[in-house]
Ligand binder design. Structure first.
Ligand code: AMP
Length: 432
């Protein structure tokens, strides 16, 4: 019978030692990224929020925007019995967080409210390197302040996450998509421009030409991209009104004063409809120009769009798999996995249960494993060394009779007889 496979564009996160292990598929690497991000992000006062993995389609349609690729082509809708396509597997974190902010009255918490989350996201993409159908994001949002100070802080925080991850070679590309009226003028300009080249546009982009010409700029179609390359730079920045321009200057001023490097990119538009003013992407040489490690922006209109009172906000997200590609590209290594602090082996079949019982008790103090077969002393120690254990405890009939174990410190080589009741205290004293 043919072996069943996982769906295209998904990955298993594998344990240490798996034959097909690479950073992107390593559970330890994933955990390293999210725990490092957590350390950095929570120091900013952000609190973790977790939203369901599926939402009503309407949250995504209204939140992300009807003219985006996500809504038009990449939604994994969920159907069951009579409820067809009512739900969608969440494609991103911001719209669900904004929905949760409104639904749970989080407005009453001190403002601005800093939230963060991480978890799987789903988009029915054309699968390529770094473009998956189930991928993982770390997501940070600051809700309640229009001040450029929080935009700059959000960018600095994102840069710091990558610095702490050890990803070198990142570049922040910073732009502004202005206020809605600025974008309307820019869209008008693009519409005139692209209409002159309509014959060269893909069917999707001809559609975008009517709905939202800005979305042509993030088309993944080859022909569209060739045309865009001829027409660029198409700078959005030229269309900023005085208020959006002042806001953009202020963001840059803060970043410069804090020594956070960035490049102004007049062409950044970002692929989601909800952004206004500040928009940025973080790129890395190992990933390629068309794909970003992460991106973010201000989205003052989103919460209003979802039916709430207009509430200014700014946020960012990065892809864990993309971060892992960057780390892999730089040859980063994780410290070796930790073996057990204690490895207990029975020297006699009859003592298997008793040896396991000692390990179970020791787990209150640290990592403790046991051998599932009785061994001779030499083989028992060999097994403990293979496991990378700090201590090996051997339980023979004499030790069982005396209520002791024969304990070998595999780091120093020291060996002693220790009362079973003292094992916990001994383990507690060891750095783990
Ligand atoms: P976006 O929500 O589209 O701005 O995406 C933010 C980040 O999520 C991107 O910069 C990527 O790092 C990551 N990302 C988005 N889509 C995918 C995907 N299909 N596969 C892997 N990572 C993705």
């Amino acid at each position: 019978m043919a072996l069943l496979q996982r769906p295209k564009g998904t990955q298993d996160q594998l344990p240490e030692g798996s034959p097909k292990l690479e950073p992107m598929t390593s559970e330890r690497w994933h955990r390293f990224v999210t725990s490092t991000a957590q350390n950095v992000i929570e120091r900013s006062g952000a609190q973790f929020i977790s939203t369901p993995m599926f939402e009503y389609v309407e949250v995504v349609r209204r939140g992300v925007g009807g003219s985006t690729d996500i809504v038009r082509k990449e939604m994994f809708t969920v159907s069951y019995f009579e409820e067809r396509d009512k739900y969608v597997l969440r494609p991103e974190g911001t719209a669900p967080i904004a929905r949760a902010f409104l639904e749970n009255g989080l407005k009453q918490l001190p403002s601005p409210l800093r939230l963060w989350t991480h978890g799987p996201m789903f988009r029915a993409e054309n699968v390529q390197k770094g473009r998956l159908r189930q991928f993982h994001q770390v997501d940070y949002e600051v809700i309640g302040s229009p001040d450029p100070l929080v935009d700059a802080e959000a960018i600095a925080l994102m840069v710091e996450v990558f610095a702490q991850l050890g990803v070198r070679g990142t570049r922040v590309q910073l732009g502004s998509v202005g206020d809605p009226e600025d974008r309307a003028r820019y869209n008008g300009y693009l519409q005139t421009l692209f209409t002159a080249h309509e014959a060269r546009l893909s069917a999707d982009s001809i559609d975008r030409l009517q709905r939202n010409p800005m979305r042509i700029l993030d088309s993944k179609d080859k022909g569209d991209r060739a045309l865009l390359n001829e027409l660029r730079p198409l700078p959005m920045l030229d269309f900023l009104g005085p208020q959006a321009a002042a806001h953009f200057q202020a963001v840059q001023g803060y970043l410069t004063s804090w020594g956070v490097p960035f490049e102004v990119d007049p062409t950044i538009v970002r692929g989601l409809d909800y952004y206004n003013r500040t928009a940025w992407e973080i790129h890395h040489t190992g990933i390629g120009a068309q794909s970003a490690l992460g991106g973010g922006g201000r989205y003052d209109g989103l919460i209003g769009q979802l039916g709430g009172q207009e509430t200014p906000a700014v946020g960012w997200a990065f892809g864990v798999e993309r971060a892992l590609i960057a780390l892999g590209h730089e040859g980063a290594q994780l410290p070796a996995a930790k073996g057990p602090l204690l490895y207990v082996v029975a020297l006699d079949e009859e003592l298997l249960g008793a040896a396991a019982g000692l390990a179970l008790q020791a787990r209150r103090f640290g990592r403790a494993e046991f051998g599932v077969r009785a061994r001779k002393p030499g083989a028992a120690l060999g097994e403990a060394v293979k496991k990378g254990a700090h201590f090996a405890a051997l339980l023979g009939s004499e030790e069982a009779h005396n209520g002791t174990v024969s304990l070998k410190n595999l780091v120093t080589g020291e060996q002693q007889s220790v009362a079973q009741s003292d094992l916990g205290r001994l383990l507690e004293g060891v750095m783990q």
